[in-house]
Design a protein around this ligand. Structure first.
Ligand SMILES: Nc1ncnc2c1ncn2[C@@H]1O[C@H](COP(=O)(O)OP(=O)(O)O)[C@@H](O)[C@H]1O
Ligand SMILES: [Mg+2]
Length: 434
């Protein structure tokens, strides 16, 4: 017979082996780094200006970052920091190269959600984050999925679970419970509400001492940070159910939203949420904090089916939250939850596949302009190569068939450009910061 003790022992054996393998295989090359970008990419793909115009501007002002020349050729290669300096300092045809950001607003928050695993959520989140960073935006990602695909892709592998969304939720529970206790003590109604007590397992975690910035880690991209996840955070769902039991009036779904509200409004431009393949405490936090909802779906019939039930269940879960109105201080949240934009995005789409095209027509017929115009095409370019999953933006075009790279890049670029247009429109509608 086997009990939890046997399982724990089996896991301990495995962890020991994992540690050993890591030690044996560790080398500095296992740290994910960001490549440089060629002058061709910087001019035509990133700034969208003529290469010769760019060359002329750089020649005219030697104080501008000049990149590095590689032995093989004429191209200069620039780091993202250099590209961003060029962006700040150059104007082309009196046009600023800075990306759109309306004044007086906080960062926009976009959730990539669907409860089907393999829908392409993490791939879309990774590519939108990288495309936005190349576009000049400062990006914060929040990985809500204990499978931690996005965290790994961004070069984070050793993450302690208290610094994940779980830590944010436990910290919020402690803070909200303290607030609610103080509020009910201060109430003059005479009816004394019972004090809610949290067990020392939560109050002793030291979460109250953590600063907002403690949860945010740098990635291999200088302008992208992440609140990472890790496999150990898989018990968030389980723990959250217990937490709700300790304080049933705790608006558990707003923990991450409250966390993000504590960031300086200017700290980031875009916050991207990668969601777990389920509707639960974590995904409700992602969805509730989001201004925009992007729902990726594969182009098959079963994927259409499961996307349909996803929006049904999400609708019910969001409706359910209305019972929390009145339990939070006025002005801190609005129920029912309203998104500034909502889109379906077809992924792994093969333009020459009749079934895929038929499914695309079906999506459009049913959801009309809620379906993003540019699907993300199926490509061999984003298949995992080596230790880290890399985006098409990270892969050096000299390392693969140029046509495959170009085609994949064009597909993600088009989907991102469309996303950016919707982002801008939604951003204008976002309430001004007080
Ligand atoms: N456009 C694409 N072309 C080819 N493979 C893709 C594409 N998008 C996703 N994949 C692959 O499909 C698998 C699942 O994608 P992923 O983004 O991790 O889905 P999810 O996060 O929804 O579970 C991964 O192996 C990924 O490499
Ligand atoms: Mg994923």
């Amino acid at each position: 017979m086997y009990t939890h003790k046997d399982l724990a022992q089996l896991q301990a054996q495995s962890l020991k082996m994992q540690g050993f393998i890591r030690q044996q295989t560790y080398s500095p090359q296992n740290e994910k780094t960001l490549r440089r970008f060629s002058s061709w990419e910087v001019a035509e793909l990133i700034f969208k200006v003529n290469q010769s115009t760019m060359r002329g501007r750089l020649a005219a002002d030697p104080s501008l970052p000049q990149g590095q020349v590689e032995e093989d050729g004429r191209q200069r290669w620039y780091t993202l920091d250099e590209i961003n300096e060029l962006r700040r300092r150059l104007k082309v045809n009196r046009r600023s190269l800075m990306p759109y950001r309306p004044a007086g607003k906080r960062a926009m928050r976009a959730a990539i959600a669907n409860f089907k695993g393999g829908a392409g959520k993490s791939t879309v989140a990774l590519h939108f984050a990288h495309a936005a960073a190349l576009d000049g935006y400062r990006v914060l990602c929040v990985d809500f999925d204990p499978q931690a695909t996005l965290s790994h892709s961004m070069g984070l592998s050793d993450v302690a679970e208290e610094y994940t969304v779980w830590g944010i939720m436990a910290r919020d529970l402690a803070a909200e419970t303290t607030r609610m206790n103080a509020a009910s003590q201060g109430a003059e109604s005479g009816a004394t509400l019972p004090r809610r007590r949290l067990p020392s397992s939560i109050t002793d975690m030291g979460l109250a001492d953590l600063r907002v910035s403690d949860f945010i880690k740098p990635t291999n991209w200088p302008t992208i940070d992440i609140v990472p996840s890790c496999a150990n955070a898989a018990f968030v769902e389980f723990a959250s159910a217990q937490y709700r039991h300790m304080n049933p009036e705790w608006s558990f779904f707003a923990a991450v939203s409250r966390f993000l509200d504590q960031l300086p409004p200017e700290a980031y431009d875009l916050v991207i949420f990668d969601c777990p393949p389920a509707i639960g405490y974590q995904s409700m936090n992602a969805v509730f904090a989001a201004d925009m909802l992007y729902i990726p779906s594969g182009p098959g019939y079963w994927e259409y089916d499961s996307t349909t039930s996803f929006i049904g269940q999400l609708s019910e879960a969001l409706e359910d939250l209305s019972r929390f109105s009145g339990l939070v201080p006025a002005g801190t949240m609005t129920l029912p939850k309203a998104f500034l934009d909502l889109r379906f995005l077809l992924t792994r789409f093969e333009p020459n596949n009749d079934l895929h095209r038929a499914m695309q027509q079906a999506f459009i017929k049913v959801w009309g302009d809620r379906v993003a115009e540019h699907p993300i095409e199926m490509t061999r370019a984003v298949e995992q190569s080596g230790r880290f999953l890399s985006s098409i933006y990270e892969i050096d075009y000299r390392d693969m068939t140029r046509e495959t790279w170009r085609r994949a890049r064009a597909s993600f670029d088009q989907a991102y450009d469309e996303f950016r247009t919707h982002l801008g429109t939604a951003w204008d509608k976002l309430e001004d910061e007080a």
